[in-house]
Ligand binder design. Structure first.
Ligand SMILES: *Cc1c(COP(=O)(O)O)cnc(C)c1O
Length: 333
């Protein structure tokens, strides 16, 4: 029995849920007939890729913005993410009458820059690497008092992501196993804290790609470790957990029952199944749950829920994956 008090508790997630109510969508959950047949247990898909901005990240970003005090809200928030967190933070800040500044390097493709601008953020292009963009974030925090909202390692962000867990148990009270995409662990930590807080018997399984999985390597090592980044079809699952991780490592360590790894070919099969059978466009990170069921990597034991976490995939790349031309993630768009 572990008695350490984790940084985000069920009560924090309930408070987040009340705070963001009406500002994020309640997304549908459907049962998949074919996956149910394959798994030998009911398989439900939580269609969170239909969330506003195309991913669950809006939950954490909205909770973080709503948790600012009045002065902080005037000064605004800042982050260096060009992916789903950047999109979510841009949208959340604008929706609450605050400002988001998103810093990115000059190597970020123009379509990503304009998407984030369209969502209402001030975009600042600095340097030629993610590290240089992060330095500009640090400068804006130190010199202009902007509030940094990181993509996962922050209590308000984790509590916001955890509201997805409350919603799942609401929609399927007899859920026995949850399949959760895992990168920095904000989603898995939040969902696990919510679901285990209400129903400790639910198994929470983190899913990630075979190579470059920083949280898996860190859990194996017993502490946050650095992992070399490798390009993957599950691009939203890339990146480290932070050597100075304060929130998500301990929570994933204590709350996850297992972590399962998927190959690029398995992730591609997940994207294809989602499209061809379920008629859903999802990105690689969102396909890991389906991929694990298709690969026979999940033992059947009662109703399962796979979280489809996002849909922000380049559509040309999606077309190539559906056609079977981009199986290993090497022909990056
Ligand atoms: C960020 C993200 C994840 C991983 O979430 P973490 O909180 O970093 O573990 C999974 N899927 C999608 C679509 C994401 O954007």
């Amino acid at each position: 029995m572990n008695t350490r008090r984790l940084p985000v508790q069920l009560d924090d997630i309930r408070a987040a849920s009340a705070r963001i109510d009406g500002r994020v969508l309640v997304t549908p959950m459907i049962q998949s007939a074919l996956l149910t047949e394959l798994a030998g247990s009911p398989v439900h898909l939580k269609l969170e890729h239909h969330q506003t901005t195309g991913s669950f990240k809006l939950r954490g970003a909205t909770n973080a913005v709503l948790s600012l005090d009045a002065e902080e809200r005037v000064r605004g928030v800042v982050a260096a993410s060009t992916g789903n967190h950047g999109r979510a933070l841009a949208f959340a800040a604008k929706a609450e009458g605050s400002r988001a500044t998103i810093c990115m390097s000059s190597l970020v493709p123009e379509n990503k820059v304009s998407e984030i601008r369209r969502l209402g953020a001030d975009v600042r292009i600095v340097g030629r690497s993610q590290d240089e963009a992060q330095k500009e974030v640090d400068r804006l925090v130190a010199e202009e008092g902007l509030v940094m909202v990181p993509p996962f390692d922050h209590p308000a962000v984790v509590a916001g992501q955890g509201t997805l867990g409350l919603e799942i148990l609401d929609q399927l009270p007899d859920a026995a196993t949850l399949l959760v995409p895992l990168s920095g662990g904000g989603l898995a930590a939040g969902v696990a804290a919510a679901v285990k807080g209400l129903k400790p018997s639910v198994r929470i399984i983190g899913l990630t790609m075979e190579s470059g999985a920083a949280m898996k390597a860190s859990l194996d090592a017993g502490e946050p470790v650095l992992v070399e980044e490798v390009s993957s079809l599950a691009d939203s699952l890339g990146g480290g957990v932070g050597l100075d991780n304060r929130v998500t490592f301990a929570m994933c360590h204590d709350l996850l029952d297992d972590v399962i790894l998927l190959s690029e070919a398995e992730i591609a099969a997940g994207i294809r199944h989602a499209y061809a059978v379920e008629r859903e466009v999802i990105e690689g990170a969102a396909a890991v749950g389906i991929a694990a069921i298709l690969a026979g990597k999940i033992g059947s034991s009662g109703p399962m829920v796979a979280i489809l976490s996002g849909r922000n995939i380049d559509m040309e790349r999606h077309r190539r994956i559906i056609n079977g031309d981009d199986i290993y993630g090497r022909n990056a768009a």
